[in-house]
Write a protein that binds this ligand. Structure first.
Ligand code: ZN
Length: 234
């Protein structure tokens, strides 16, 4: 894995795919209706600026549904939280503010992109994504965790924290910088991936906290309706 691409659009190269995580500088990558003054045509232009392929974006619902993408643009707008494909020319995207985007790729050219918030993680979205990739022929899978809220900024109710820890293990329990109970979302992602057979050595993390990064949108910290994109393609 090596960094590359333009400074505004940090881009990673996995064994068989390219990944981009956008931030504030690239503008709102959302559906165009959520933000006053954001035109659908502007969003389309911004998306082309990241990767000029038809995007399979999703209507994300914090569930565990995974769509199989048969060709470029297939399943665009589907109600799901992850997409996988073995096809070339496909760009799989999720839109996030604080949830974790998780990009996955295998040497066989099978790629996936998942939207992982705590509810989706508890529902099993990452295990389901890895399972669908294996069904398409993936063996060794590597993953990258994109910009998301980090434990220092993610105060979390004890009852919900118990639910996540019951599913993912005690490593998800953390403390905010103010000393309050917190969820370690990246730790929950790593635990789910490990349970699916994608071990820690195969998981990279860009290490950005959306809540305290000036370069990213955050609903939790600033009630911003805009979304950054995570895209994988090959
Ligand atoms: Zn933070």
């Amino acid at each position: 894995m090596r960094p590359g691409g333009a400074a505004l659009l940090p881009q990673l190269v996995l064994s068989s795919a390219s990944v981009a995580f956008t931030g504030r500088a690239a503008g709102d990558m959302g559906h165009g209706a959520a933000v006053a003054g954001t035109a659908v045509a502007d969003v389309a232009e911004r998306r082309r600026g990241v990767v000029d392929l038809p995007w399979t974006w999703l209507r994300q619902v914090h569930g565990a549904s995974v769509v199989r993408v048969a060709g470029p643009g297939h399943q665009a707008g589907a109600v799901a939280d992850a997409a996988v494909t073995a096809g070339a020319g496909c760009a799989l995207a999720v839109l996030t503010a604080d949830c974790a985007p998780v990009a996955l790729a295998s040497a066989e050219g099978v790629i996936g992109m998942a939207h992982a918030g705590w509810r989706g993680l508890v529902a099993g979205v990452l295990e389901a994504t890895v399972s669908e990739m294996r069904a398409l022929g993936a063996t060794e899978i590597e993953a990258v965790i994109g910009p998301c809220i980090r434990p220092g900024c993610y105060e979390f109710g004890i009852d919900d924290l118990d639910v996540v820890a019951g599913r993912m293990g005690a490593a998800v329990r953390a403390t905010t910088t103010a000393g309050r109970p917190a969820l370690d979302l990246p730790a929950a992602v790593r635990a789910a991936l490990a349970a699916a057979g994608v071990g820690p050595a195969a998981v990279a993390d860009v290490g950005v906290c959306t809540a305290c990064s000036a370069d990213h949108f955050s609903w939790r910290a600033r009630r911003e309706p805009q979304r950054q994109a995570a895209v994988i393609w090959r």
